[in-house]
Design a protein around this ligand. Structure first.
Ligand SMILES: NC(=O)c1ccc[n+]([C@@H]2O[C@H](COP(=O)([O-])OP(=O)(O)OC[C@H]3O[C@@H](n4cnc5c(N)ncnc54)[C@H](O)[C@@H]3O)[C@@H](O)[C@H]2O)c1
Length: 397
């Protein structure tokens, strides 16, 4: 059994606690910190938490607390993590790890110096669909991964601080792109170095300094390309989709809108349908078990198992740091309109990887370009002659 302090009694603090304390779980939040007394006391009442406080350090230092869960606005992550280092408490921190790579690097170095467990709560690589898809990719079902795209778009966040550059550190690219970057990284290989990025970002609708729409390409050292599409101006709910393309196969995942559950209502029922759903009438796309579909259950299982087994979690502060480095490069590229290098002061993956060989041998004299069965019954082979470089056709009847 793990005893936790929850820092933050808002949107994600509640989702996390629903997941941690759900299903007769043995893990328990024993202390809640919130900025306002009414948030802390309401949370303590709703989740039967013994201790509440409006003093962050008091929650972290509470003698019963073994693990601290950071579910605070982005500008408070570093302060919370440094206090966990001071009190030598295991810490798990929500996404994005930090507002930028410099902040993330300080946090990474601090937890490693303090020797405390530090897990990065990137839930979208723990969804049941992602876990299954990732396993297939690791087993080679898709061959060599060439392209991994992830999209998260919705009509915008639910609290004021997200819209403020100083507190949030960025717009939709930092808020949603951090998920997408890690999803693509996990398919391409977290040990493969992200090299450079090209990004477009703009503020198309909202009255804010940050971007409300962004698209980026992330080039990896082995020649694979990651791509993300994120928006705070998308209408129609929360669109979470991933596509992976390899030399031997393809995966398409839709995690939230068209998952096979469709419902029509005139609007007589409850108001809540699913996260960021924009309507509760007409044809709707509810989500069966959001906590599970969004990966929270599997994520906390990995975090607490890792603590008990004395190993690292699948997602660590180092992963959060790499994600921040990629996003910093995206912000730079959006300004310069150039490919920008990903500045990684700390790199722990492979080095000197080259683009994998891509030629498929057909026989001693030819490479195979493709084969296709036509509608008129002929099997066509397109081959390239090694000696001349010419493309030839062979037809098998
Ligand atoms: N899928 C996900 O993993 C996911 C989803 C949503 C949010 N988040 C992350 O969780 C963190 C918190 O987001 P949220 O949606 O819960 O926000 P929120 O506004 O709903 O809640 C934030 C909570 O932090 C506390 N707080 C302490 N000091 C504060 C301050 N100065 N200003 C505002 N709140 C303060 C309050 O208890 C507040 O309820 C962010 O880093 C966000 O990116 C992650």
């Amino acid at each position: 059994m793990r005893k936790l302090a929850m820092l933050g009694g808002g949107f994600i603090g509640r989702f996390y606690t629903d997941s941690i304390q759900g299903y007769r779980n043995k893990d328990k939040v024993v202390s809640i910190y919130a900025r306002r007394e009414e948030t802390a006391t309401q949370f303590a009442k709703d989740y039967n938490v013994k201790h509440w406080t409006t003093d962050m350090e008091e929650a972290i230092a509470h003698p019963e607390v073994e693990v601290v869960c950071v579910a605070l606005p982005n500008n408070l992550h570093e302060q919370a993590v440094l206090l966990c280092c001071k009190h030598k408490k295991a810490v798990i921190c929500t996404k994005p790890l930090a507002r930028n790579a410099a902040e993330a690097k300080r946090m990474l170095e601090a937890v490693e110096k303090a020797g405390i467990f530090a897990g990065y709560l990137e839930d979208l690589v723990y969804t049941p669909k992602h876990i299954k898809a990732h396993e297939s990719v690791m087993n080679g079902a898709l061959g060599r991964i060439l392209w991994a795209k992830s999209r998260e778009t919705h009509p915008g966040p639910h609290s004021n601080w997200f819209w403020d550059m100083e507190q949030a550190g960025g717009g939709c690219m930092l808020d949603l792109g951090c998920h997408c970057v890690e999803i693509a990284r996990s398919y391409i290989g977290k040990d493969i170095r992200p090299v450079e990025v090209m990004c477009w970002a703009d503020t198309q609708v909202k009255p804010i300094d940050a971007e409300d729409h962004g698209i980026a390409l992330v080039k990896y050292e082995n020649g694979a390309i990651g791509q993300f599409e994120v928006s705070w101006t998308f209408r129609g709910g929360m669109d979470l989709r991933d596509e992976v393309m390899g030399t031997e196969g393809t995966i398409w995942i839709n995690s939230f809108l068209r998952t096979g559950f469709e419902m029509f209502t005139t609007g007589k029922g409850a108001d809540y349908v699913a996260e960021k759903a924009e309507s509760n009438t007409g044809w709707l796309f509810p989500v069966g078990d959001e906590m599970n579909e969004l990966g929270y259950n599997h994520m906390f299982m990995d975090m607490f198992d890792a603590i008990e087994e004395g190993r690292e979690a699948k997602e660590t502060f180092y992963d959060g740091y790499v994600v921040n480095c990629i996003l910093d490069a995206c912000y730079k590229s959006a300004k310069t309109k150039q490919w920008e290098p990903v500045q990684l002061d700390i790199w722990r993956g492979k080095t000197g990887v080259t683009k994998d060989g891509h030629l498929v041998e057909y026989d001693a004299d030819h490479y195979l370009v493709k084969e296709e069965m036509t509608h008129y019954g002929a099997k066509k082979l397109i081959l390239k002659e090694k000696a001349t470089g010419k493309f030839i056709e062979r037809v098998e009847k």
